[in-house]
Design a protein around this ligand. Structure first.
Ligand code: HEM
Length: 247
């Protein structure tokens, strides 16, 4: 029996196989290098990605909204990160949200089914003039995330954000800030078609409860309220309050 015969097949020298493996490695290296350098080349700020995993490791044991808020503080209103191989551009600037949702809607109309706030600029050509909006580059295949929930506790948009202020949404107060600062139903041609039903149902439910009960905070009420992204911003463990029956 020869030595080659007792060695496992992958240890025997096969020039064709070796060439194929080397070529595959070079191509993979080239692909990853190009993928992960795209934001650097286009001057889009953002956290440095790890090869293959991108930036997903930074979400480990952390609440995603806090990660996005931290990145916003460090990199500014618009930044890029990698969901594995996928470049994602995060928009936390109301004016850019308006550009994407309304003005350039024709380039940002596709929505995946799993998350209403993810936008694929599917038909964005690399070469046409729409590749750039107000100096921010957009490329085909990038995920575009409008994440205005990162500004809800930003003092420059909402003074004293932790305080419950029933006047925060009066016409006068709303006129003081950019109209795209708070978009719970989205905006533009693909805005939630159930907007009026949603608002009506919420008000009807509140009226029904308030007619029968007085709502007060209780010892179990948590303040400030922990929130979660599901994918909309919502109370993490519900809202615990005390209901007293009206007499
Ligand atoms: C509190 C209630 C609701 C909230 C906060 C809400 C919010 C949203 C948001 C943020 C979007 C994504 C918009 C975009 O992709 O630009 C959306 C889409 C949608 N919503 Fe709602 N929604 C609510 C209630 C409803 C109701 C009651 C209905 C139906 C009766 C409804 C039907 C839809 C549909 C069909 C879409 C997809 C529209 C499209 O892709 O073009 N929603 N909603």
């Amino acid at each position: 029996m020869t030595t080659a015969a007792v060695l496992p097949a992958f240890l025997t020298f096969d020039p064709v196989l070796l060439t194929l493996v080397c070529t595959a490695c070079v191509l993979l290296y080239w692909y990853l290098k190009n993928t992960y350098s795209v934001f650097n080349e286009l001057n889009v700020p953002g956290p440095t990605p790890k090869w293959v995993f991108g930036n997903i490791g930074e979400f480990k044991d952390k609440f995603p909204l806090e990660v996005f808020k931290e990145w916003r503080k460090t990199y500014g209103n618009i930044f890029g990160f990698f969901e594995g191989f996928k470049p994602s551009i995060v928009i936390t600037d109301p004016e850019m949200a308006k550009q994407v949702l309304v003005k350039h809607f024709d380039k940002f109309h596709v929505r995946p089914i799993y998350n209403p706030f993810v936008y694929y600029p599917d038909d964005l050509s690399l070469l046409n003039t729409y590749g750039e909006i107000n100096g921010v580059p957009f490329r085909k295949g990038w995920v575009v995330r409008i994440m205005l929930c990162t500004v809800y506790n930003d003092e420059s948009f909402f003074p004293k954000p932790e305080v419950f202020d029933s006047d925060r949404f009066t016409t006068e107060e709303k006129e003081k800030r950019h109209p795209y600062t708070f978009l719970p139903y989205g905006q533009g041609p693909r805005m939630c078609p159930g907007y009026h039903i949603g608002v009506f149902q919420t008000k009807a439910a509140l009226v029904k409860i308030l007619r029968k009960y007085v709502i007060e905070s209780s010892p179990q009420t948590v303040d400030p309220l922990p929130v979660a992204l599901r994918p909309m911003l919502s109370p993490k463990d519900g809202v615990c309050v005390k209901l007293t029956k009206r007499t």
